[in-house]
Design a protein around this ligand. Structure first.
Ligand code: 13P
Length: 243
């Protein structure tokens, strides 16, 4: 279903289901990670977001929070909590990362952050900090470019991490976070989740290839052909919802 066709309760249920799927799919563990969907309220741009540090099996739709995308006057980079947040629970510690992405990425209808094991393994390596995951395989194009960048390390939940992720995601739909995990965005929740799975799969194959030697790389011309084909083969759907 296109996310725009949902009621808010359906959207909340889809977010909880997606968060649980990250565990079932093996791209996340424990209480790590967070999931959001762009959700307008009363004409205002905002997002529905998972709460902080709550087990996904125990999570109910009322545990999710809503916050506006617009940055309130007076917010400071060191603020741990948003100035406005509708809900009983504290929002994910990465509320700023999610919110700030929606602010600059009109193409983002959903954001998935996970601590996927192979992507996170690579995100601990200096060579990956320096050059990301290069075009060792044509499917690198699913993330939108000729590589998947790795945002430099910053404290989880910090404004610095949000800033680093936004920079690494310029012209991309996914990036690694150094010593942390990965972020994937999509027009819909399904698209963001699918991309997170694909990035983890690419990370596993790259890791495997690195065990055997130096993987060969596709050049810019080869990747340009893949990008052109992808525009027809699997365009990213767009579907932020709300009232
Ligand atoms: P939250 O439980 O606060 O969402 O934090 C999990 C996480 O992965 C932080 O990066």
């Amino acid at each position: 279903m296109n996310d725009s066709a949902r009621s808010e309760d359906e959207a909340r249920a889809a977010i909880v289901a997606a968060a649980r799927r990250t565990i079932a799919l093996g791209i996340n563990s424990g209480r790590a990670g967070n999931v959001s969907m762009r959700w307008h309220r009363g004409g205002g741009d905002g997002l529905l977001l998972t709460p902080s540090a709550l087990d996904y099996d125990a999570m109910r739709i009322d545990d999710l929070v809503w916050l506006p995308v617009a940055v309130p006057a007076g917010e400071r980079p060191g603020d741990e909590q948003p100035m406005r947040c509708d809900g009983e629970r504290a929002p994910s510690s990465e509320w700023r990362l999610h919110r700030d992405l929606y602010a600059v990425r009109g193409d983002a209808g959903a954001v998935v952050h996970v601590h996927a094991p192979f992507a996170t393994t690579l995100a601990c390596l200096p060579r990956v900090h320096a050059e990301g995951i290069p075009a060792f395989h044509y499917m690198i194009a699913v993330a939108g470019g000729d590589d998947i960048r790795c945002a430099p390390y910053a404290m989880f939940g910090s404004a610095a991490l949000s800033e680093a992720a936004r920079a690494a995601l310029q012209g991309r739909r996914a990036c690694l976070l150094a010593q942390h995990g990965l972020v994937a965005l999509g027009g819909t929740l399904d698209a963001a989740l699918e991309l997170a799975v694909e990035v983890e799969s690419l990370a596993r194959i790259y890791w495997q290839a690195l065990q055997l030697g130096e993987p060969a790389r596709l050049d810019t011309a080869a990747m340009a052909q893949v990008h052109a084909r992808f525009a027809r083969y699997r365009p990213d759907p767009v579907g932020p919802g709300g009232a």
